[in-house]
Design a protein around this ligand. Structure first.
Ligand code: BES
Ligand code: ZN
Ligand code: ZN
Length: 506
């Protein structure tokens, strides 16, 4: 993971050295602290802003190097549009935009967070969200880059990491408190990104399972189920996926007990296929390398557990992930094989590349049997078809419960990790009827994401509120955004953390 920037919060005070970042609203209206700084610099900021036709538009910026004769190296003016319209996610994005204009050379950086007048004031939460944006934008997966920094400042190199940032605002004490939670979120997202980005030679099922053990330092109870135990439990569907690999399968069960003892938990389940070759129904070569990310669902669960534990969330949550490698070999499952499952239902495996649903079938069943959760959400890079339907903007959402969907949609809007509901129904369910077993693992050419979801629903008890998020488009190979420049996005951590904070914590 990227070396973390140290972020501190203080009250507004004059800046004498390093880089100063100031905000400007629409019309290039500098914030009061920005104006005061400009005064000390003889009005150079206003002059440059005018000359450059800087208008304070949201996400625009203006750079002034070595202003005046004082000790400042650089003044960065960042446009914010209309501060009074800012949502909490806008503050996160502001932090990301600020971070994107900075590098290690600018250290130390001081950001003046203030607005033109009262409701534009920047008390606690907002400043903490700016810090979160900086953590998210600052993430880089560069552990395998060994080349030294180029002289001309290779911005891709770890040597240019920003080390020290001070965020000045009127509510520094409140910001410091709010940052505890925001930092936990930033770390959790970056934990998930690290897992998704890691190549599969380094991160197989065992190595992934071992990494979940690190959560115990934060107070999470982590239990690893090995192949012997999985066999004993009857998880034959999950085991059928891993049986072609030289690397044994695991399930990791992570319990965070921050709520009342005895209160039923919520369960979050993730698909953790550490590499998906397709098995005997092998995938074409082009793009197969992307399948190192076929554990983005599991990575999200681990990132979320990290966040909840690090911020000591007042809730009981159990995270469960199925960790397998899908390989072709002499021991691999063949198309046409019939396998059992922990639920007792039998499955005709007609395509070994439709493996994620087999893994989830057993982990979902185990989650319900063992924990009797109030609700279950699972995340999985389940189908290529969801990319066809929704692209990379929304995760597909499938559910048996309108209230849970509403909460997820609302959370998605709040943190900009959007979901879009797609239908389930008996006619779709018919598409996975099998001639020889209780069901088959593919539903034919049409509605591929829906038939995959129908398959999962067969392992959901009628009275368990459940939602399946298909994150094949959002969890990996993500488009670059203000808050994410990495291949693995960490999608889902902020979404579920928001939902849990809003609806599950008292
Ligand atoms: N892991 C893939 C889905 C996927 C595709 C994730 C692209 C990310 C990007 C999944 O296991 C898979 O191979 N699904 C098949 C299902 C088909 C055989 C019914 C697919 O989507 O083609
Ligand atoms: Zn597959
Ligand atoms: Zn897969």
């Amino acid at each position: 993971m990227t070396k973390q920037t140290t972020i501190t919060f203080t009250a507004l005070a004059p800046i004498k050295s390093g880089t100063a970042v100031v905000l400007a609203e629409e019309g290039a209206a500098l914030s009061p602290a920005g104006k005061a700084l400009d005064k000390g610099l003889g009005g150079i900021i206003a002059k440059v802003a005018k000359r450059q036709e800087f208008k304070g538009k949201k996400k625009s910026s203006l750079d002034i190097l070595a202003p005046g004769s004082g000790g400042l190296d650089r003044v960065l003016v960042v446009g914010v549009g209309k501060l009074k319209d800012f949502s909490s996610n806008d503050w996160v994005e502001l932090g990301a935009v600020i971070r994107s204009r900075l590098s290690g050379k600018d250290s130390p950086v001081t950001v003046l967070l203030d607005g033109a007048a009262k409701p534009h004031d920047v008390p606690g939460e907002e400043a903490a969200n700016v810090a979160l944006g900086m953590l998210l934008r600052g993430y880089k997966f560069d552990k395998y880059k060994t080349k030294a920094a180029k002289k001309d400042g290779d911005s891709d190199n770890k040597d240019t990491q920003l080390s020290k940032v001070t965020l000045q605002s009127s509510g520094a004490a409140a910001a410091r408190r709010a940052y505890e939670a925001c930092k936990a979120v930033g770390e959790g997202v970056n934990v998930a990104r690290d897992l998704v980005n890691e190549p599969a030679n380094i991160l197989g099922p065992k190595e992934f399972a071992d990494r979940t053990k690190a959560l115990s330092k934060l107070g999470v109870k982590v239990e690893l189920l090995d192949q012997k135990e999985l066999k004993r439990l009857g998880m034959d569907a999950l085991l059928a996926v891993g049986q072609g690999s030289a690397r044994p399968s695991f399930v990791s069960v992570m319990q965070w007990q921050g709520g009342k003892k005895g209160d039923a938990p919520v369960a979050i389940v993730g698909k953790g296929v550490t590499f998906d070759t397709g098995g005997i129904s092998i995938k074409p070569a082009a793009g197969m390398g992307d399948m190192k990310g076929d554990m983005a669902g599991a990575a999200c669960v681990v990132g979320l557990m990290h966040t909840l534990a690090a911020r000591k969330a007042k809730v009981n949550v159990v995270g469960l992930i199925g960790l397998v490698e899908n390989m072709p070999s002499g021991t691999a499952t063949r198309p046409g094989d019939v396998v059992g499952s922990m639920s007792g239902q039998t499955i005709e495996v007609l395509n070994t590349d439709a493996e994620g649903r087999l893994v989830l079938a057993d982990v979902l069943w185990y989650a319900q049997e063992k924990f009797k959760p109030n609700w279950v959400v699972n995340l999985a890079t389940l189908t290529g078809a969801i990319l066809v339907a929704l692209g990379k903007e929304h995760a597909g959402m499938f559910s048996n419960n309108d209230a849970l969907c509403k909460k997820l949609s609302e959370a998605g809007e709040a943190v900009n990790e959007k979901v879009w509901r797609l239908p389930l129904g008996p006619k779709y369910d018919e598409m996975i009827k099998s001639d020889v077993a209780d069901m088959k693992n593919i539903g034919g050419r049409w509605g591929g994401s829906i038939t995959a979801a129908q398959f999962l629903q067969r392992f959901i008890k009628d009275d368990t509120p459940w939602a399946h998020l298909d994150i094949a488009g959002t969890g990996m190979d993500a488009p670059k955004t203000d808050i994410n420049q990495s291949w693995g996005s960490g999608y889902g951590v902020r979404l579920l953390n928001w939902l849990i904070a809003k609806h599950e914590e008292k």
